[in-house]
Design a binder for this molecule. Sequence first.
Ligand code: DGL
Length: 275
Amino acid sequence: MIGVFDSGFGGLSVFRELIYAFPKHDFIYLGDNARYPYGDRSADTVFRFTREAVSWLFKEGCELVILACNTASAQALRRIQQEWLPPQSSEKRVLGVLVPVVEDVAGGIEAHDRVGVIATRGTIRSNAYLRELTKHLPTDSDIIQQSCPLFVPLVEEGWLDHPVTKAVAYYYLAPLAKQGVNKLILGCTHYPFLVPVIADVMGESCQLFDPGPIVAKRLASYLKKHKDLDAKIRITGLRRYVTTDDPVRFNEFAQKAAGLSVDAQRLLLAEFDRI
Ligand code: DGL
């Protein structure tokens, strides 16, 4: 089974692309809605929460866990891969969204390009995107980062096309458009739900990088390369949705924002192995 983890609903923007690309593979989605948002939390807390979630997904039978959450990918993935995972298992894998997105941007980079990253405060503060981009882009590349903390609550409110959302998008993004950003990374699970509003401010010449389809494409090549791992993942087309908070709200968001008809289960935080 493939586990997909997010701090809440937003990771469904990645999950919907994964289940579309892998109709037969078994998937479980875990949203830690009870402790959402992660975006303003310390790196240590994000690591602890993410580790608990990954550990639970392993216990449920996942061979592979994808951190759909950018904040968790930015602030916890490296520690999970380097410190926590090796003593747990040599076979299970945990992957994030940052590297595939950065490599996708780098693959098509041209001399005149200006790359922008928008994300939560935690992701921007971590400089994880900046570090990865610097590794992959030519040394004189211009990279502009901007945190957009109000986008997440606006999406959760369902204000995907609301005048307030448009005004907020203008406030955050007009300076990036003015500075000539023409490749923009949507570095937060919620931002793909705002593509029309974001595209409106950034203009037609700006290419938006939505992690969902990029991660789905990358997973296909990853599983081709790791045939042993792929062979362990059951292919019964199972989809399980689990939230640490109210399943009714989860189901409503899944339907409204991601177009997914789901029947989520509630998981009590007490079921996590706490530190
Ligand atoms: N899932 C988070 C991310 O992609 C956004 C929501 C939160 O702050 O927890 O960064």
